[in-house]
Design a protein around this ligand. Structure first.
Ligand SMILES: O=C(O)c1cc(C(=O)O)oc(=O)c1
Length: 305
């Protein structure tokens, strides 16, 4: 199956770093990289016409090699917006993983029950709603509510991606979803604001008041404003983001997930060394117990039980 289409990367696109170091931090046995993507390859799985960016290819073989290199046991692969609602690359990766990957798909309201069932059999366990305007077009709330109602009986959850300044407007929608809800990248806080300030306070309150809401404490490389990047051996990377992630890990130890976000779409100023990104974990989960919950217990409970 080869498409006739060829793709040109978005100008300025940064490719993933293909010589990651081996982390100093030893991941616990059974650790899951709970947020990563596959891109194409475009010649086999074409990028969606409605995409907002055209990435480099980042195929499943490269993802599985990274998993083994870093010391993860399993992956949760999240449908990237450049593939729209065409989940073929995701499903292909899940099927090739031998049970070592689960997925989060993006579906439209007219997805059939048979399609949902086939995705479930391949390992899909959630659907993603994207509210980041540079990544996805607006979808009316009633359409999203319909999708949530369709996937709930399968035991799937909803993954939401949004920016902190939009949370007040989205709060009521998020807190009335009928499933477990997983927030991508801590709802993208502005880390120049205080961790105890009103913006992050609203996010913490949402998790406090709604025990069905989880958060990925991922993507310091996107959120950092001034912290040193995970490059050149840096052992305390993204110091400005760590207090936000640590607050969530310590307050909600049973509802947090961590992922590399490989292949790191749309980064503009640097591409992290994924080995050093793993070395960031002890800054946000300082004890062995918190590390085990974050990396092993929580993702295995949500995706493999
Ligand atoms: O911030 C981003 O650009 C980004 C994009 C995507 C995607 O395109 O799916 O996923 C992410 O987790 C983050």
């Amino acid at each position: 199956m080869t498409s006739t289409e060829t793709f040109t990367k978005t100008p300025g696109w940064l490719d993933f770093y293909d010589g990651p170091s081996r982390p100093r931090f030893r991941l616990p046995a059974g650790a899951v990289d709970a947020h990563c993507h596959v891109f194409g390859p475009g010649a086999v799985f074409p990028y969606a016409p409605e995409r907002k960016y055209t990435p480099c290819d980042a195929p499943k073989e490269a993802l599985f090699a990274l998993r083994d290199h870093l010391g993860f046991d399993k992956n949760v692969i999240v449908q990237a917006t450049c593939h729209g609602t065409d989940n073929r690359a995701l499903v292909d990766a899940l099927r090739a993983s031998g049970g070592r990957a689960r997925g989060v798909a993006t579906v439209s309201r007219d997805v059939t029950d048979a399609e949902l069932q086939a995705m479930h059999e391949a390992g899909v366990r959630g659907t993603r709603f994207n509210f980041v305007k540079r990544l996805a077009d607006f979808t009316p709330r009633e359409v999203l509510s319909d999708i949530a109602a369709r996937i709930a009986p399968l035991g799937w959850h909803v993954v939401i991606y949004f920016e902190a300044q939009d949370l007040p407007e989205l709060y009521d929608f998020f807190t009335t979803l009928p499933t477990t809800v997983v927030v991508d990248h801590m709802g993208r806080p502005d880390v120049t604001q205080p961790v105890d300030g009103p913006e992050f306070g609203l996010f913490v309150k949402m998790m406090q008041d709604h025990p069905n809401i989880w958060s990925k404490v991922s993507c310091p490389e996107r959120l950092s404003q001034s912290g040193p990047p995970a490059l050149n051996g840096e052992q305390h990377a993204y110091r400005d983001v760590a207090p936000f992630a640590r607050r969530l890990v310590e307050t909600f130890p049973d509802r947090v997930l961590w992922g590399t976000d490989w292949p790191h779409p749309n980064l503009k100023n640097h591409m992290p060394d994924d080995g050093l990104l793993v070395d960031y974990i002890p800054q946000i989960a300082p004890t062995a117990e918190l590390q085990r919950k974050l990396l092993v217990d929580n993702p295995n409970r949500l995706y493999w039980s």
